[in-house]
Design a binder for this molecule. Structure first.
Ligand SMILES: Cc1cc2nc3c(=O)[nH]c(=O)nc-3n(C[C@H](O)[C@H](O)[C@H](O)COP(=O)(O)O)c2cc1C
Length: 220
């Protein structure tokens, strides 16, 4: 597969088939992703895979927190809100995605179901957690994790797999740490749901838009 095909073929998948992803396949993806750059080649990441019953346990526990309306308590600071163009794009994404999925704005129940489904990792058979050493828990070091996580998502395309970065999957890191036996000195930066995209679900077919090059780039 050409590099551009992998980059353009990656998109967030929000509906998965229940079929398990063979561990050899995941290992092959990580074998590619490990070549991602990191500051000083420190490779400060660890990748912890939750598949099978562990993935289901996490989904159940996250959904429970979601149903109770518990506030997120992430290891890594998250933006508290968006402004200007960022807010506009964020709102557009939500509107376009829900419309594509056939969820009406007024249908509060369906919207809640969607958010709870997010806490279930959209029923992916597998969630891949990217952690960082606790001593590196500063924003700059998240670049390294973003670098390997995005490389992972693109490498997964080559294997016919869908992915989605899920901030929702790191809302309750204490739960993740307990279920996946991750030591307290490792901070959970992001979880990526991984699985075979559901061929019939609009949530797996949706593709978001991007600004044109001229809007985001200038030669100084
Ligand atoms: C750090 C990060 C966290 C994200 N968290 C979520 C999430 O919790 N729920 C969700 O539906 N999408 C999440 N996404 C997916 C974005 O909405 C998606 O990447 C964006 O809309 C662009 O669409 P694309 O990935 O299909 O190209 C996240 C993406 C990133 C990079």
């Amino acid at each position: 597969m050409e590099f551009n095909d992998a980059v353009l073929g990656r998109k967030s998948t929000r509906a998965f088939l229940p079929d398990p992803v063979p561990r050899e396949t995941i290992t092959r993806i990580v074998d590619v992703a490990r070549w991602a750059p990191s500051w000083g080649n420190t490779q400060p990441w660890e990748i912890v895979i939750a598949d099978g019953p562990k993935c289901k346990t996490l989904a159940d526990l996250f959904e429970e927190e979601g149903r109770k309306g518990v506030a997120p308590r992430p290891d890594i600071d998250m933006p508290l809100g968006f402004h200007g163009d960022h807010k506009r794009r964020y709102m557009e994404l939500g509107r376009e995605l829900l419309t594509f999925m056939g969820i009406e704005r007024e249908d509060k129940e369906a919207r809640i179901r969607h958010y709870l489904n997010m806490y279930r990792f959209f029923e992916a058979p597998c969630v891949v957690y990217f952690t960082i050493d606790g001593g590196l828990n500063v924003p700059y070091s998240c670049l390294d994790v973003g670098s390997i996580a995005t490389t992972f998502c693109c490498a997964a395309v080559q294997e016919g797999l869908g992915t989605i970065y899920l901030a929702a999957s790191m809302h309750f890191p204490d739960i993740v740490r307990k279920v996946l036996e991750i030591p307290a000195d490792k901070k959970i930066v992001i979880g990526v749901a991984l699985g075979y995209p559901h061929p019939d679900a609009p949530a797996a077919r949706f593709r978001s838009d991007r600004e044109q090059v001229e809007a985001i780039m200038r030669f100084a």
